[in-house]
Design a protein around this ligand. Structure first.
Ligand code: AMP
Ligand code: MG
Length: 490
């Protein structure tokens, strides 16, 4: 376990040519304080968790001191935002402090979000509000525990510095960690600037650092695209299965490693709604829940386009061709597991789609339905499953579906107890519902009470486990929390 000053930096991105970034240091907070610290993330960089108690901790992560060996910079990128190309974005408020290599050889970017202005700030203040920082902090951990590839977060450092959004709010910095922060948009910026050599350099960099198994392949660029397509498809399959809506799937928020990146106005489904739009600035519903799989492919196609000088159109088309089957296969696998099925049969897709329609028509909570479905008793008629039936406005409609489900389980000789333990391992009890995040935010912002952040972080780190005394975190939202519009401002 290392002290802060002993972290082993290996700043590969800083060694890329100047065209890729701007060397810039954080703008310090005047009087930083620790809001929350995540020991699980500290472990990833071999950092001794007791280091969070040192006064220097918030100095380093509140922008007042530079860690020995760090080489802070802002990454350049562009991206398609809501379908339109924006020629230059880049880290306008996040600074890559450096890359830490742990004793296992893994490399983690330490990215300080809310670190102040950079050359890419486009006139904005470079800050992040405590509210959005808490959401990103918690969701990274929640997704990780759900088995979904994601950025992580080490800590939140607060400040009394005011920032102006719709109202005046307090600023905070988040130390985000990811194996890489390269985005589809990082490729796009050089493609649209007509700098094919830069695209090649970036592709070589990403492949040699993150797709090492492809480095020696003759067709490595095609293989790279294929692998990004596959990973993106699988990632989005996981989002769909768990009921996660990202909210802002612009290409600048898409990780080339296939991880969930840039948590903004995201939302987990409460009651099931295929067309759920969590971002209240998304007027056309471009990033609605049920649009995500198609948007993922559209986004990978934007990445493919940037590789025109490295692969042929046919090679690109072949690579993109893996997306749809990879999505369908993985989603199928995930939802069969959610239903507790161990075999594939004709009619499974229909069984699922009919269930989703029923959930939607009856306003049934998605997470809680699947969790309770684990208790399904094949010996009794479906009609006697009160804890499930009671979730439906029209219980008879559920009864009819339950009879089909029961027959399907009988057909594969499903044993109740074994099925329940399988289902409990894939159907979470706890997800980061918007209203839960909002409770933690309200306590933090209004009362400087950070205990709810801790409780939620702990609860969400074991989403599949029954946690006696914490059942309230599994409740569907109270009325005030049902239609929380999440602002894009952050
Ligand atoms: P996001 O919507 O957070 O993915 O951000 C889109 C782009 O806007 C990124 O380039 C951000 O760095 C930039 N950005 C967002 N908020 C700010 C801010 N307060 N100050 C500077 N840049 C920002
Ligand atoms: Mg972003």
């Amino acid at each position: 376990m290392r002290r802060l000053e002993e972290l082993q930096f290996d700043n590969t991105y800083a060694r890329l040519p100047a065209a890729f970034h701007s060397k810039v240091s954080p703008t310090p907070f005047p009087a930083p304080y620790l809001v929350s610290f995540n020991p699980a993330a500290a472990e990833l960089i071999d950092l001794d968790p007791r280091e969070s108690e040192r006064a220097e901790f918030v100095e380093y992560f509140g922008g007042r001191r530079t860690l020995p060996g760090a080489s802070p910079l802002a990454m350049l990128y562009a991206g398609h935002q809501f379908g339109s190309y924006v020629p230059q974005l880049g880290d306008g408020r996040a600074i890559l402090l450096g890359e830490v290599r742990n004793t296992r050889g893994d490399k983690w970017d330490l990215h300080l979000k809310g670190a102040g202005q950079t050359p890419y700030s486009r006139g904005f203040d470079g800050r992040a509000v405590l509210r959005s920082t808490i959401r990103e902090y918690l969701c990274g951990e929640a997704m990780h525990a759900l088995g979904i590839p994601t950025s992580r977060a080490l800590c939140i450092v607060g400040s009394d510095e005011p920032v102006r959004r719709e109202t005046i709010e307090t600023a905070a910095m988040l130390v985000r960690m990811s194996e890489s922060h390269v985005r589809f948009g990082t490729f796009e910026v050089f493609y649209y600037r007509q700098q094919p050599e830069r695209v090649r350099e970036l592709a070589d960099y990403v492949i040699s650092n993150h797709f090492t198994e492809l480095a020696a392949a003759e067709d490595k660029y095609q293989q790279f695209l294929l692998e990004v397509a596959r990973r993106t498809a699988r990632l989005i399959a996981k989002w769909q299965a768990v009921g996660f809506a990202h909210g802002v799937m612009n290409t600048d928020n898409m990780s080339v490693l296939g991880l969930t990146l840039d948590y903004g106005p995201f939302g987990f489904l409460d009651d099931y709604r295929a067309g759920f739009v969590c971002n209240h600035s998304d007027y056309s519903g471009r990033y609605a829940f049920d649009q995500q799989p198609a948007v993922g492919l559209w986004n990978v196609s934007r990445l493919a386009q940037t590789l025109v000088n490295l692969i042929t159109v046919e090679e690109a088309t072949t690579a993109l061709g893996v997306y749809q089957p990879a999505f369908a296969a993985h989603y199928g696998e995930l939802v069969r597991a959610k239903l507790g099925l161990t075999t594939e049969a004709d009619g499974d897709a229909e069984l699922l789609l009919d269930l989703l329609s029923l959930l939607e028509a009856n306003g049934v909570d998605y997470t809680n339905f699947f969790r309770r479905l684990g208790n399904f008793d094949t010996a009794t008629a479906g009609a006697r499953h009160d804890e499930l039936r009671d979730m439906f406005v029209e219980p008879e409609a559920f009864d009819a579906w339950a009879a089909r489900y029961r027959a399907r389980l009988h057909a594969e000789a499903s044993a109740d107890a074994a099925r329940k333990s399988r289902m409990d391992a894939v159907n979470p009890k706890y997800v980061l519902r918007n209203y839960l995040a909002q409770d933690a935010i309200t306590a933090a912002v209004e009362r400087r009470d950070y205990t709810e952040i801790e409780r939620l972080r702990e609860t969400l780190s074991a989403p599949f486990k029954e946690q006696p005394g914490r059942e309230r975190y599994a409740e569907s939202p109270p009325d005030w929390g049902k239609r929380l519009a999440v602002s894009c401002s952050s």
